[in-house]
Ligand binder design. Sequence first.
Ligand code: GLC
Length: 546
Amino acid sequence: MAAPTPARHSAPHDDSKDQAARLWWQDAVFYQIYVRSFADADGDGLGDMAGIASRLPYLAGLGIDALWLTPFYPSPQADHGYDVADYRDVDPRFGTLADFDAMLARAHELGIRVIIDVVPNHSSDEHPWFQAALAAGPGSPERARYVFRDGRGENGEEPPNNWQSVFGGPAWTRVSDGQWYLHIFDRKQPDFDWENPEIGDEFESILRFWLDRGVDGFRIDVAHGMFKAPGLPDVELTQEGGGIEEALSQHDRPYWDQPGVHDVYRRWHKVLASYPGDRMAVAEAWVEGAEAMARYVRSDELQQAFNFHWLESEWSAEEFRRVVEETFAAVEPVGATPTWVLSNHDVDRHVTRFGEGAVGLARGRAASAMMLALPGSAYIYAGEELGLPQVEVPEEHRQDPTWFRGGGVGRDGCRVPLPWSGDAPPFGFGPEGSKPWLPQPGEWAELSVEEQQGVEGSTLELYRTMLRIRRDLLPELGTAVEFLTAPSGLVALRRGRLVCVVNCGDADADVSTLVDPEALLVATGEDKQVREGTLPPDTAAWYDAA
Ligand code: GLC
């Protein structure tokens, strides 16, 4: 075994003996369900609560610990639910509150926790508060819940500043009495004015509504948004069209990462702590560098923040190692748990990001193996366990507002409904004869759950195996990571008795000096060669170093 390099990285409560003291979310594998794309029980083409409930046994069998559900609230669906018209109900397209309660109870019976999306930066323009703001007119308390301003120019015909929407186009829309309102996203998503205390009170009450129903926590949408710099100063406009990911992470923007958000999260921390069961929240905060991310997870703020630096990593051993080291360096001082994510409903699926066809799939599986070997909590996106690639959605079927507002290539391609069974659409996503809201590629017949279940080497069985090993070994894994000195192109790490080696290079690598090949636990590619001590390119393997 090669000598470990001196660097040792660890998450808080760093002691494997301490495992029993760790909170459920600190090691949890979360499974993200994009509600409209998961399972459609009533055949209207959209996934729903009853669909989720019917697939809970599958999820329990997969071995995940918790679910994150994207917004299912009543909404005009201008941004597929991220435009909320009523924060305390379920959209009839997705079911009823009773269906939600039934799904939650069943999940809990199966030992699966459930967190839900909360969208505090903006509401729908069809939310009663925004409708009241329009009706009440300039200067009214109703208007003060949103960001209304007079325009510039002689007759106020120019927007109040030059801010651009994340989805493309101006961030302001003019209403009939001449004022303008701010929408950092779609024109149907007006931003709340968080300087107004009414907004904070309302959101505390919304959190309590769902905590009282038994949810285990929240994913906070655009958690680095909400507050705007005083005076709403103009920005220096840069080249546009980089897509939502880039727009969300333009770090110098006066509407991102303002200090006021941290007061909100201190308040939410107390709300969560006032409930039993270690409730938690995870921030979607596209901020600059791991250190800025760590500010959201200080001990009196949120429990987690998505680690988008990991998602943004290239296929490179050096970069994987660098991101892991930077992540630990950032979260350690604030005593927080690291998180890892490779795919979600806003970005191209990672198997496609890492390359075309078989190469992308092989790399995607290997990157997932490294992610699942790391201490902390991992977020997997529905369909990732099937190795689903990004889909080229035909223009006539496009639905994402970013596509229409010119803000990028659109996110429909990672939101295509899942293939469960059968050899033709809807592939068991909905009842026979139903039409999924986005067309599924015919070749997905080969990727369905039914096709992969029980098939050795399938992506589904690989995930299931990795999740089982992770769970079984957890008490002996601890929270510290050591990087092993590995040949160039390889990254090798040890966590307790688990060693993970990834070959990001382009040649077969002899790993027999690094690990005992006979102690192989799982390989993401053909395991015969791996058992003989050779790790092929685009492959990862886990070994038992007990
Ligand atoms: C977040 C969501 C994204 C949504 C946006 C506006 O980035 O993940 O899907 O469009 O917020 O709510």
